[in-house]
Structure formats: C-alpha cells, structure tokens
Write a protein that binds this ligand. Sequence first.
Ligand SMILES: Nc1ncnc2c1ncn2[C@@H]1O[C@H](COP(=O)(O)OP(=O)(O)O)[C@@H](O)[C@H]1O
Ligand SMILES: [Mg+2]
Length: 309
Amino acid sequence: MQTDALRAESVRKVYRGRNSPDIEALSGVSLRISKGERIALLGRNGAGKTTFLRISSTLLAPTSGSVSIFGRDAIADPEAVRPYLAVVPQEGKPFMHLTPREQAYTYLRARGFSAETAKARAEHALEQMGLTEVADRLSITLSGGQRQRTMVATVISTEAPLLFLDEPTIGMDPFARRGVWDSFRELTRKGSTILLTTHYLDEAEALSQRLYIIDEGRLLAEGTADDLKRSVGGTLRVSVVSGDGITAQLATFGPLVRDGDTVHVITGPQRIQEILELAAHSKLTATVGPVTLEEAFLRVVGRSINDES
Ligand SMILES: Nc1ncnc2c1ncn2[C@@H]1O[C@H](COP(=O)(O)OP(=O)(O)O)[C@@H](O)[C@H]1O
Ligand SMILES: [Mg+2]
C-alpha cells in the first residue's frame, strides 16, 4: 500500500479565549496528500489555513483529530516526523544579522548536511529565488520581498520530503513569485511533497495539482482548478454590474454567482448575445469572459476571496 505523505482525519482546533469567547478555527478537517503532490489550501483571511498548516507540521496541537506523516503519528510522536519536514511559517523573518547566504547555509548545517552539500544547495536556492546579488548583505538591509524570498530559499534548500509553506509569495513582485513557483515544480519533480496556503487565486491555479477550498474551518471543495471551474456549470460568464434588478431574467440563462453588486451569469457561447441585449435594454454594463477560479470560489464559499467581513 502506498503511504500518504500527509493524512489528516477530523482535525479540530478550538482556541480557548481568556476573557473572550472560544474560537473554533477548524471544525473537522480531513485530507490526504500523496507523495510528490503539490497541494494548495485556498481560503480567505481567517479561514483556518495557518491553523491547519501549523497543526499538520507539528507546531501546534489540535483539540482533537489525527495527523500522520509518511505513515507515522505526528501528534503522538512529533520528533519522529520532524526530520522529514521543513516549514515557511506565516510572517516568518530571517535572522536580521545574518546574510541570506549565511542563513541558508547555517540552516542546512544545523539539519545535518555536510559543508559541501550545504554550500551547493544554498547557492542553488539563492539563485532560484533571485537573491544572488544580495546574498552577502545583512537581512536587516533587505526589502520585505527579499526577506520573504530568503525564508523560502532557506526552506526549499533542504529539499525536505514534505514542505509546508504558509502564504509563501506574500509581498513578492510578480517576477519573484514566478521564481518561487518554478522552484516548487522542481522540488516535486525531485520527489518532495508540498502543501502551501494561499489567498491568491492565480497562485493556487498555476501551482497546485489539486486544491482545497477552506472557509470558516471547513473544507468546502477539493479538485483540480479545472474540476472546480467546471463545477460552476458553464464555460463563460457574463458579468452584469448592478444586475440585482434583473436577476430573475438572468437566471433563465444559467447559474448566477454574486460578487457584491455584480451578478455573474454562467453560461455557454450560444446565449451570450441575448444576455448582452437584456443588460443593454436595462441600461446596465455587462462584460464577457471565461469562467475563472474566482467564480468557482464565489459559488462554493458565497463570498469573494478578498471579502474580509
Ligand atoms: N493564537 C490564536 N488565538 C486565538 N484565535 C486565533 C489564534 N490564531 C488564529 N486564531 C483565529 O482562528 C481563525 C483562523 O485563523 P488562521 O488559521 O490564522 O486563518 P488564515 O490563516 O486562513 O487567515 C481566525 O478566526 C483567527 O482569528
Ligand atoms: Mg494565515
């Protein structure tokens, strides 16, 4: 039997409030990740992504439920699984008085790699993250994006069997984000397994082979980005701004997905013209585009990924 890289069963987490109500951050999360997969956990702020990542990487104990890593019980025996893991925590910072080169090298040495391997791997990861030119500057002198890249470089240089990355590209420019994505693809090609969290729809789509949508501590959907888009019920969307007044008519063309005061009609190419005419007749603006992960997210969660309410 093939052993899963990560298996979580009914993971629940309640943060006990001192002078505030308890918060149930996870309400029974179960998932399985096979060896070599690249998986994204996609959700809004406060959905429970960080809590899940911390529990599954042995940094936080769940209230109940189980986690196993390569077939070993990660809650009963975290020490046994830690050598297989590496984690980029949310808002982690490099040591400010080390350079990126020193940080990556030192971390690898601490994990038991030889000087030669540590040097070669650190160089490769720094190059992949576009840090070669700043590799000998103290981290305190680096920009936020460069510091984040240093964290990612340090952790990916381990080539650990199971990598956890919490919002790895936050604060990075588009070019740096592509470098991170490429490095993750290379790592899974070499056999590592990756679980990352993100609230960027494009990142989840470009990077993951499967993704889970999480909201309010529950997994609401699972599949490839294409599966999730198909589940919306059409290939095209017509977005009608302030379309609330004509929802009954719009609904005759296909499923509706709401985003604030915009109504998206999910449909096929043959109905587009009629919908545009209906909108024009009501003096409303309408645009046409392919169905994206955004509509899938809206349909599953009922709110936009950037909705913080
Ligand atoms: N240490 C903590 N103590 C109390 N509540 C917390 C703590 N960490 C997170 N929470 C709450 O748990 C919920 C999930 O948070 P989190 O896992 O950080 O979500 P995400 O990473 O998706 O933004 C939120 O309501 C958050 O406020
Ligand atoms: Mg988080």
